[in-house]
Design a protein around this ligand. Structure first.
Ligand code: S3P
Length: 449
């Protein structure tokens, strides 16, 4: 079952020499947070370079439903006129988060400490994903939730009338859970404390501080202890969003596996909690360099240059790096298929509860493409074919944008190309993927359904 009316089967063909500049869109995580924090400030937050993908647009619509004004000024520039911490109105419609787990989880947190109710739904992928990981800690603030088994969507949250601050140790590495708790803590009096054993992306912490909240982070034996003082008055900001490292990984990895390629991907956010895939590729022997390293808007940024790299070696990817590249394992597994030797990825159980079970989705499509893959509950090994990947199969994408794009990139280097059953999900995070790849010289096309 798909989550949309019409599917668009697509295919890609083996090609030569991807060249030129790939201007990928704005960072998805920072885009969601800009809209939500803009809505929780009083006054106009101006955002440049917002990712206008379906996921982020779901968050924008939701912020309007909670009473903020969200205006598209054109050219990636948006304004949010916020209602302030504690100022959310009760929506008179269902909050449809589409495919976006980030929208659902972050917004549940943001409304959980206001005395209002909201009902959240998603597509058939999102409706399968675990939400108890968010509703359990939100109950500590006094919020009530009624969903399907396992706390799955559709579910209704009734925010706390008199919220109390919470202390919570996040049991899985998840920036969405951490962020939901911090957003809930904004409207609770006193200090909310979140402890994460492993560092996950820290955009929420950085941006809360930028909007004027009092927040401290301490590295302790228990992990990262984040303390937020509730009920701040958030100040509207002017935000320039760096380009998305997760989207950048697709043209970068395409260049590494397509003979004769040389691609520049400028202005990529290289926050250490996000950049793990690029260090992994360098360790594998990829010809990948960071040019013009600089700092912009409090985030490290660089231009990435990737060239065809026929001699990459499989490596053991350190499990402690998993959180900093969690969305990049699908495309890494494609590169691993073209490398020499085995790439071993461990400590990645979270991949099984993303938009799809990403280990299962990639392992199945790669095996059908002629690649040997072994997998277990939280690990997988990919045996490289030294550049000679047969391909020629049609991979199921399971409403997962990163699975769809990963297999299309695989086809650019595979002997017999590659097809996918549905390219519609690509628009959730990378709406310009097809034109951007075509401009580099890639042969990716839509097929008649
Ligand atoms: C995200 C966190 C990660 C990531 C997702 C975006 C975020 O999810 O996979 O694409 O913006 O906080 P988890 O928190 O489930 O690891």
């Amino acid at each position: 079952m798909s989550g949309h009316d019409a599917v668009i089967p697509m295919s890609s063909q083996k090609c030569f020499a991807l060249t030129g500049q790939a201007d990928v869109p704005g960072d998805k995580s920072i885009s969601h947070r800009s809209l939500i924090l803009g809505a929780l400030s009083v006054g106009e937050t101006r955002i440049e370079g917002l990712l206008e993908g379906d996921d982020v647009l779901s968050t924008g619509k939701a912020m309007q439903a909670f009473g903020a004004e969200v205006v598209n000024n054109g050219g990636g520039a948006w304004s949010v006129y916020g209602v302030g911490v504690g100022g959310f109105a009760e929506p008179d419609c269902i909050i449809d988060c589409g495919n976006s787990g980030t929208s659902a989880r972050l917004i549940m947190g943001a409304m959980a400490t206001s005395p209002i109710s909201a009902t959240f739904v998603g597509d058939s992928s999102l409706n399968k994903r675990p939400m108890g990981r968010v509703t359990d800690p939100l109950a500590l603030f006094g919020a009530q939730s009624h969903g399907r088994s396992g706390g799955r969507l559709p579910l209704t949250i009734t925010g706390a009338d008199e919220p109390v601050p919470a202390l919570y140790e996040v049991p899985m590495p998840s920036a969405q859970v951490k962020s939901a708790i911090l957003f809930a803590g904004l409207n609770a009096p006193g200090q909310t404390v979140v402890i994460e054993k492993e560092a996950t992306r820290d955009h929420t912490e950085r941006m809360l501080t930028g909007f004027g909240a009092e927040l401290s982070v301490e590295d302790t034996e228990k992990g990262r202890v984040i303390t937020l003082t509730g009920q701040p008055e958030l100040r509207p900001q002017h935000i320039t969003i760096p380009r998305d490292p997760s989207s950048a990984a697709f043209p970068v990895c395409a260049a590494l596996i397509v003979e004769g390629s040389d691609v520049l991907v400028p202005n990529i956010g290289l926050n250490p909690t996000r950049a793990g895939v690029f260090y992994t590729l360098q360790e594998m022997g990829a010809d990948l360099t960071f040019e013009n390293m600089r700092e912009e808007g409090g985030e490290p940024v660089a231009d990435l240059r990737a060239k065809y790299s026929p001699n990459m070696q499989g490596i053991e990817v350190p499990p402690e790096r998993a959180a900093s590249m969690i969305d990049e394992y699908p495309i890494l597994s494609v590169v691993a298929s073209f490398a020499h030797g085995v790439t071993r990825m461990h400590g990645v159980g979270e991949l099984r509860v993303k938009e799809s079970d990403r280990i299962e989705a990639m392992a199945t499509g790669l095996r059908e493409a002629g690649v040997t893959v072994e997998d277990g509950p939280d690990w997988w090994h990919v045996h490289g074919l030294e550049g000679a990947v047969p391909g020629g199969n049609t991979a199921a994408t399971h409403l997962d944008h990163r699975i769809a794009m990963s297999f299309l990139i695989l086809g650019l280097g595979a002997e017999n190309g590659m097809s996918i059953d549905d390219g519609v999900p690509v628009a959730t995070s990378f709406p310009i993927f097809e034109t951007l790849m075509a401009d580099l010289g890639a042969s990716i096309c839509r097929k008649e359904a």
